[in-house]
Design a protein around this ligand. Structure first.
Ligand SMILES: NC(=O)c1ccc[n+]([C@@H]2O[C@H](COP(=O)([O-])OP(=O)(O)OC[C@H]3O[C@@H](n4cnc5c(N)ncnc54)[C@H](OP(=O)(O)O)[C@@H]3O)[C@@H](O)[C@H]2O)c1
Length: 221
């Protein structure tokens, strides 16, 4: 089928006027298989705020529309609401939509092999970021805690300038230092990940999915 004949997936954008919303709009304008829609939406992409997240989750569940959300700063209650929504609609939430962070999150599971090490997660973001530590750092912290057990110090956060996002995971012993680092070089990396997630999620059964499912899709066997 020619691209011009293909039926485009209609994407509704929540938080469209924000930094991420504008980036997603820009990529949607160039996408051959997706279009920005205001009405009769096939799938929602949300980059808003915790309050905005509540609204779009309710709206998506009510209409039975799949939802991709990258909004961070969610409370435990909101995470619980995500799980409940997953019983009714396909929903994918990720604190970081980039492929690189999805790989980093898996890679740090290998830290379970390190005995007698001290660990530390560090993150740097632009000075307009509202949540602290970043949602990505909290996800990495959770994975690291699962991998190495025990107590890990709180995330170190820095805010400054226009940094899109830097995450470092450190491991220190008396004899060696290991550090994994991810740097987002632009905001488009997150927007591109959200579009990939939308393509992947559309047409799936109800469930709570993660960006890991998109990144490692087809690699399970
Ligand atoms: N998962 C990822 O990969 C990733 C990457 C980057 C950022 N993020 C997260 O994405 C979110 C947005 O980031 P941003 O930098 O784009 O923020 P931003 O520039 O402040 O934009 C937020 C957008 O959400 C809208 N909004 C806020 N409250 C709302 C509500 N109650 N109902 C509807 N819309 C609402 C705002 O509209 P008004 O201005 O009209 O209020 C604005 O359009 C943050 O949580 C951020 O941490 C996630």
């Amino acid at each position: 089928m020619r691209a011009s004949q293909m039926k485009k997936l209609k994407v509704g954008l929540w938080g469209a006027s924000g930094r991420m919303g504008q980036e997603v709009s820009r990529l949607l304008a160039d996408a051959r298989d997706l279009s920005l829609a205001e009405k009769s939406v096939d799938i929602w992409i949300d980059f808003s705020s915790p309050e905005g997240f509540d609204e779009i989750l309710k709206k998506a569940v009510k209409a039975g529309t799949p939802l991709v959300s990258g909004t961070t700063g969610l409370s435990a209650k909101q995470k619980d609401a995500l799980k409940k929504a997953g019983r009714k609609i396909p929903v994918l939430w990720a604190s970081n939509m980039s492929l690189g962070v999805a790989v980093l999150n898996e890679a740090i599971r290998l830290f379970s092999r390190l005995e007698g090490f001290d660990f530390q997660i560090e993150e740097i973001h632009h000075n307009r970021k509202k949540d602290r530590p970043s949602g990505t750092a909290l996800t990495l912290q959770e994975t690291l805690r699962e991998a190495v057990g025990g107590k890990i110090p709180d995330v170190l956060s820095m805010r400054g300038g226009g940094v899109f996002g830097v995450h470092k995971v450190w491991a220190f012993s008396e004899e060696e230092v290991l550090m994994f680092e991810h740097q987002a070089l632009n905001r488009a990396v997150f927007a591109r990940g959200a579009l990939a997630a939308a393509r992947w999620l559309a047409g799936r059964p109800a469930g709570l999915y993660h960006i890991r499912d998109v990144a490692f899709s087809g690699l399970e066997s």
